[in-house]
Design a protein around this ligand. Structure first.
Ligand code: MN
Ligand code: MN
Length: 319
């Protein structure tokens, strides 16, 4: 049996105890750990709303409702994976460069222990320091990015590090392999007719929200799997991929998005991929009047865990 798993909610009620993801133990010794949920509460990369620094704690609170068996994928998640809540990485509010250094350093410790991190943002600027750590330990990775924005601007306000720029720099720094990278869900008012050409000219595949809605989730999953093929993959889930009807509390919401069921349906078709890291970003609890955005994010993390558990159980990972 894996060393670490959640508290049994038939013995202690799920509203009790110190809040960690899914009632997992808070552990920083990475011996016998397969997956670590890691808070990354940096949010001053936000160009509009801020407050995602409180994302990790609210996602953890909402995750008290996670139960150990994933009924949608028929897998007993914690029988196949030893999972802990690693706590939060250090950040310096207002200081992007120094926060990036500390996030990368913190994540390097997790990765060098052979542990797969699932980051809880924070705004999307945290993807760049995450990818720096991943590239250092794993080499260049493929990217699956579900997002209503491409986040491939070179700069905002003349500055390089915001939540609108991480993937520009990740490509430029050689952290991700664009030929095995795909962005899905792009939509909303943009700056010009050329906006979606920017990630394409960087070498990434783009499936806009319009295309994804017309294709359906099964076909989108096929496009993703074909694109990343047998590469090592970082999966970055911007909560604004989900329609604001379901996940309103985010930095830059866009209508015309995806239902929670569509997201689950898509994710459950993405087993067998060689994942090396994940994150869920852009949850801003202050706008989360019914706590539904945090609840969606907690469930997305659970979908990630189910994918990893299926990969471990089935031993069918490409690459
Ligand atoms: Mn984003
Ligand atoms: Mn976005």
């Amino acid at each position: 049996m894996p060393k670490y798993g959640p508290a049994d909610s038939k013995i202690s009620p799920r509203f009790s105890g110190v809040r960690t993801y899914a009632r997992l133990p808070h552990v920083i010794d990475l011996q016998d750990v397969d997956v670590a949920v890691v808070g990354i509460p940096f949010d001053t990369g936000g160009t509009y709303r801020v407050g995602a620094r409180f994302g990790p704690e609210h996602i953890r609170s909402a995750s008290a409702l996670m139960r150990p068996y994933h009924s949608g994928s028929n897998v007993a998640v914690f029988e196949h994976l030893s999972v802990v809540d690693y706590g939060d990485l250090p950040v310096v509010p207002g200081y992007a460069d120094e926060s990036q250094r500390r996030i990368t350093a913190g994540l390097l410790e997790v990765l060098r222990a052979g542990v797969i991190p699932i980051g809880l943002g924070g705004d999307h600027s945290i993807a760049l320091p995450e990818l720096r750590a991943l590239a250092e330990v794993k080499g260049r990775v493929g990217l699956i990015q579900l997002d209503s924005h491409s986040d491939t601007s070179e700069a905002y306000f003349g500055m390089p590090h915001t939540h609108g720029t991480p993937f520009h720099h990740a490509v430029k720094e050689g952290l991700i392999d664009p030929s095995h990278s795909i962005q899905v869900g792009l939509r909303g008012p943009v700056y010009s007719e050329r906006d979606y050409e920017i990630p394409r000219e960087m070498g990434m595949e783009v499936v806009t929200a319009v295309e994804a809605h017309e294709l359906g989730m099964a076909a989108v999953a096929d496009r993703i799997a074909a694109r990343v093929a047998d590469s090592k993959v970082f999966f970055s889930f911007d909560i604004d991929f989900i329609d604001p009807a379901f996940a309103p509390a985010t930095g830059t919401p866009e209508i015309g998005g995806f239902t929670t069921w569509e997201a689950q349906s898509l994710l459950r078709r993405l087993a067998g991929i060689n994942y090396v890291g994940f994150d869920v970003v852009e949850v801003i609890p202050e706008y989360d009047v019914a706590e539904n955005t945090s609840f969606v994010a907690a469930n997305i993390v659970y979908e990630f865990l189910a994918l990893l558990a299926r990969n471990r159980r089935d031993g069918a990972v490409r690459g």
